[in-house]
Ligand binder design. Structure first.
Ligand code: FAD
Length: 434
């Protein structure tokens, strides 16, 4: 068949849904393709939903979206084998009428989002993989071929919202396949517990939730982090490390997750839970320097497929929704001005992304991925061990004068890292953080 659309959106994840929804709301004829059985069936996320970015698209989402708990408390734990040094922030201000962050379960959430997208008028074809981009004589992208008996569908623009592992764009030479040091492999389990047990263990009421994010010796010197998020009747527990670190080491994702679950700070939180799901997924972590070409003749790329992920702040879905929306607004604007979707005209999308918080944040941390990659042992092994030892030394009341304890702590840092090493680490972090 050769039905023609204003736009084809490949993928029904966060970015694809945001894009298709925005286009359809403005009356464009949109076809969305999703290789999964349903929207969301292939998607994995922690998951924290950042409400602000969704609210811009669906202002009344709180009415019927499947939200788990709103985040009341954030914990950052730096762990060694037996301990954790923690920073907790809990505020009753987060108990607001329209909370800012929620935990969600992506399969349920994506199904809801997709229903809203279809209600807006988008034609969604599930179990349909876009296998190839179709180009005209001038090399412009004019549609896609799908695995449905080699069907071809034509459109003015194709939006690649195919996620981190999207082969359509890389096969067509629009962007390179991410290198092993540009992606993390995350594994995640769902641990079911009665909601009252979760409330008691985390001192929560009703829909209040806690987020724990943890780094340290749990990643065995690899660049990575672990997490534990409270849902209504389950805990999402996971861990991700760079693929290149897994390649070069002997650890497996599952052995690390297992050790994390057995950690004395984590085990009591999971006690008695029933594990029902085990999933694995990649996370783009190359940062600003890994962002590929974002547009060309007849195509745009959004979300994870374009490496839009702020690994340090664990933001991905919000960048996906924002870039999906901005791609749609670009297409809408060109259409309104009767301008063809040439690369020159679609460059507007890059400008919009540049003007948004997305690129600001990506640029801010542009040197962070390289720093964490090259100094992973220092930041994920040495310092967590030193911090734990310092805290323990300070808290053990054993007749040793405080000044002596301080001196011993300082010596332990200098012995492990040396003065130039310590100063160098501080300067490197400050520079990458700027
Ligand atoms: P996806 O959501 O991956 O969607 C891509 C879709 O395209 C999929 O449905 C896929 O099946 C489909 N597809 C791919 N190729 C084709 C094809 N050829 N034809 C048809 N369909 C295709 N972000 C946060 O904001 N908060 C978090 O707490 C958080 N935690 C995370 C925890 C884990 C373990 C992981 C893995 C990620 C986490 N992220 C988090 C990141 C977040 O999940 C992603 O940034 C976000 O899902 C990206 O959306 P996307 O639409 O670009 O890609």
């Amino acid at each position: 068949s050769f039905e023609t659309f204003d736009a084809i959106v490949v993928g029904a994840g966060m970015s694809g849904n945001a894009c298709a929804f925005t286009l359809a709301k403005r009356g464009l004829k949109v076809l969305q393709l999703e290789r999964g059985e349903t929207a969301g069936s292939k998607n994995v996320q922690g998951a924290i939903l950042y409400a602000d970015m969704l609210e811009q698209l669906v202002p009344d989402f709180r009415d019927d979206a499947p939200l788990e708990r709103h985040v009341l408390e954030q914990r950052l734990w730096i762990m060694d084998g037996a301990s954790h040094v923690g920073m907790h922030y809990r505020s009753d201000n987060f108990n607001e009428e329209k909370p800012n962050r929620y935990t969600i379960i992506r399969t349920q959430f994506d199904r809801w989002f997709s229903r809203r997208v279809q209600e807006a008028g988008v034609t969604l074809l599930c179990e349909t993989t876009a296998t190839e981009l179709i180009r005209d004589l001038y090399g412009r992208v004019v549609g896609v071929r799908t695995d449905r008996a080699g069907d071809v569908v034509l459109a003015d623009v194709v939006v690649l919202a195919e996620g981190v592992n999207g082969l359509l764009g890389s096969r067509a030479g629009l962007r390179p396949i991410p290198r092993p040091e540009q992606v993390a492999l995350a594994v995640k389990e769902m641990h079911f517990l009665p909601s009252e047990t979760i409330d008691t263990r985390f001192t929560l009421r009703e829909d209040e939730g806690v987020v724990i994010e943890a780094i340290g010796t749990i990643s065995k010197g690899m660049t990575g982090m672990a997490f534990l998020y409270t849902n209504k009747e389950s805990l999402s527990v996971g861990l991700g490390c760079l693929v290149s670190d897994y390649r070069d080491g002997a650890e497996t994702p599952y052995s690390l997750l297992d050790a994390f679950k057995k950690h004395p700070s984590i085990a009591p939180l999971l006690a008695g839970s029933e594990v029902k799901e085990y999933t694995a997924h990649l996370i783009p972590e190359g940062g600003y320097k890994a962002i590929p070409q974002l547009y060309g003749d007849g195509w745009l790329v959004v979300g994870d497929a374009a490496q839009f992920n702020n690994a340090l702040h664990r933001e991905g879905s919000n960048l996906a929704m924002t870039t999906g929306r901005l791609a749609a607004e670009t297409i809408i604007q060109l259409k309104a001005q009767c301008l063809p979707p040439t690369a020159a005209n679609l460059a507007l999308y890059r400008e919009m992304v540049e003007d948004s918080f997305v690129m600001e944040d990506m640029k801010k941390y542009k040197d962070m991925p390289a720093l964490l990659h090259t100094h992973s042992k220092t930041f994920f092994l040495t310092y967590p061990e030193l911090m734990s030892r310092a805290a323990q030394n300070f808290l053990r009341i054993n007749g040793v004068p405080k000044r002596e304890k301080e001196r011993a702590t300082l010596h332990s840092f200098v012995r492990r890292r040396s003065w130039p090493g310590l100063i160098g680490d501080a300067v490197r972090v400050a520079q990458a953080w700027r």
